[in-house]
Write a protein that binds this ligand. Structure first.
Ligand code: ZN
Length: 369
């Protein structure tokens, strides 16, 4: 895979070339959590599933989340605006497709962890994911999304967080892996039961993503809102550990122009495509944050959205005929990197240490205390 350095100060040759035609971009989706009306949440990811084989004893019934189907008329379900959760059992309303289902929190989390993180990951990474998902769920219960006022949370990873039924999850695993994977997920949830990440005594907006480009992004950089616990921190995952760590997307200059001008009608894209791209601004972690295109300062998040790129961390090369994006990682880059969590777990870090690495200054304790 052809690569491009993303960092401002690490490649003098690239810096020189950049002046002529090589540009660096980082693009992120905007989370509904920050910009309420925007459904492109991007708080969650779609990590590639990694499957390996082993078997242990576990029946489906032991972990199957119970789902109580409610009325199909979701308008009858009224959202409670604020919930203080102190009991040992929490029930929430989950929007699944067009229906709202009542689920027990811990059982719901099985489907989230199963959908959000490869079960082949280290157990401490799965536990970190379980705690992050539990925390995000409580955050959503206390901070309702305008996208579904009749439900606490939905299963759209572009809005809230992904979720999958037990049966559907098992179908996607092979016979030889399903029992060990199901058991790992169950253990990750049970061993962290009730554990939540707090900042100033409130569940945090526990954003996570699949893969960073060596460093995470701050919420302020990506979403324009400073969040004390969502700062840029180093993330240890590498090309060797992550499938499709690097990816490339190439579009013709005419296609680029067509797509870009639809979004930015005032952009000045002249007859020489190499001159379309101007100054790059880098964030505090050294990753590209915005780029001047056609005379306009464009958030890299917009470019990611416009061209369907896997990640915001990328460089652009224009040879006059094509615009090529060289992309690193996957996801919006804020909060916990899932592959980074797995890498930290492989280094011996436990779930708590992993979470405290990615979420600055937080406390992790039981929601029942
Ligand atoms: Zn949602």
């Amino acid at each position: 895979m052809k690569r491009r350095s993303l960092h401002k100060n690490k490649n003098p040759v690239w810096r020189t070339l950049r002046a002529a035609f090589l540009l660096t971009l980082a693009v992120f989706f905007l989370p509904a959590a920050v910009f309420g009306g925007d459904t492109r949440g991007g708080t969650m990811t779609e990590p590639e599933q990694v499957v390996s084989a082993e078997e242990t004893e576990l029946t489906a019934e032991e972990t199957r989340p119970e789902e109580e189907a409610l009325s199909g008329d979701t308008s009858q379900e009224e959202q409670t605006q604020t919930k203080t959760v102190k009991t040992q059992s929490v029930t929430l309303k989950v929007k699944v497709g067009s229906k709202v289902k009542k689920m027990d929190l811990e059982e719901y989390l099985w489907g989230v962890v199963a959908a959000e993180m490869p079960a082949s990951f280290e157990e401490e990474a799965l536990k970190a994911q379980a705690i992050a998902a539990r925390t995000y769920t409580l955050y959503r219960m206390e901070t309702p999304s305008p996208n579904h006022k009749n439900a606490d949370i939905c299963t759209d990873p572009g809005c809230c967080q992904a979720w999958i039924t037990y049966d559907d999850r098992l179908k996607a695993w092979s016979d030889s892996t399903e029992k060990v994977f199901a058991k790992k997920i169950t253990a990750a949830i049970e061993e962290t039961r009730g554990q939540v990440i707090y900042y100033e005594d409130k569940p945090i907006m526990a954003a996570f993503h699949a893969t960073s480009a060596g460093v995470t992004k701050s919420a302020e950089e990506v979403w324009g809102k400073d969040v004390a616990y969502l700062q840029a921190v180093k993330s240890p995952e590498t090309e060797e550990q992550v499938p499709n760590y690097y990816s490339v997307v190439k579009v013709t200059t005419s296609k680029f122009k067509e797509v870009f001008e639809k979004k930015y009608p005032k952009a000045e894209l002249g007859s020489k495509p190499k001159k379309w791209f101007g100054k790059v601004r880098y964030d505090e972690g050294g990753l590209p944050a915005s780029i001047v295109v056609g005379g306009l300062k464009v958030p890299t998040s917009t470019l990611r959205t416009l061209f369907g790129l896997r990640s915001s961390s990328l460089t652009i090369e224009c040879d006059g005929k094509n615009v090529t994006f060289y992309v690193t990682g996957y996801g919006h880059g804020v909060g916990m990197s899932q592959y980074g969590a797995d890498a930290l777990a492989k280094k011996g870090k436990n779930a708590k240490a992993i979470l405290q690495h990615y979420y600055t200054g937080v406390e992790i304790r039981s929601m029942f205390s």
